[in-house]
Design a protein around this ligand. Structure first.
Ligand code: HEM
Length: 155
């Protein structure tokens, strides 16, 4: 189960990044070109937030069963000084939770804005901040000490 969850979490990461990038693109394009906020834009806004919520579920589940986070919680005083363990036990979760809250709030606010321009602007700005946070907290394969593969597949 643990490994399969890790696979789901790592694959969903790409869905999060792709959907967020596309929503941001549509947000700025609509905002700056004074476009109409169509049903399709609304779907993009909504699907992007939903994918982030799915990732939150995988992440929270992983947090409960991961040997790394269990070690972190059970040995906090020593584990907090170990880079990789602290990253997954504390930093990754905190930053990603903030990013997902920003996506949730941004999505809800965009939906309720009075004009199309404001809908695009709200989506563009909130999603961009979330994207920066997410990009900074993914354990990229090139990251020293916290390196994780770009892709995994089910056993
Ligand atoms: C947009 C949000 C997120 C992205 C893009 C993301 C991405 C990733 C990636 C790429 C990994 C490495 C997976 C691997 O080794 O193949 C990872 C690990 C992990 N993530 Fe996330 N994550 C997100 C949110 C969260 C959240 C909200 C939580 C917890 C509530 C979480 C908990 C974890 C844990 C515990 C691990 C390490 C598990 C282990 O190696 O034992 N993640 N995440």
């Amino acid at each position: 189960m643990y490994f399969n969850l890790l696979v789901l979490h790592t694959l969903t990461r790409w869905l999060v990044l792709i959907s967020l990038a596309y929503a941001i693109y549509r947000g700025y394009a609509g905002w700056l070109d004074n476009k109409t906020f169509t049903r399709f834009d609304n779907t993009v806004r909504h699907v992007t937030a939903t994918i982030a919520h799915v990732q939150l579920i995988w992440g929270a589940w992983l947090y409960i069963i991961s040997p790394i986070t269990n070690y972190f919680l059970g040995n906090f005083k020593t584990a907090v000084h170990e880079r990789q363990v602290r990253f997954f036990g504390m930093e990754h979760v905190t930053v990603m939770l903030i990013a997902i809250v920003l996506i949730t709030v941004g999505s809800a606010k965009a939906k309720r804005q009075a004009t199309d321009k404001l809908k695009f602007k709200t989506m563009a700005v909130w999603y961009t901040i979330a994207m920066v946070l997410i990009l900074s907290s993914v354990p990229w394969q090139f990251s020293p000490l916290i390196s994780r593969p770009y892709l995994r597949w089910f056993n």
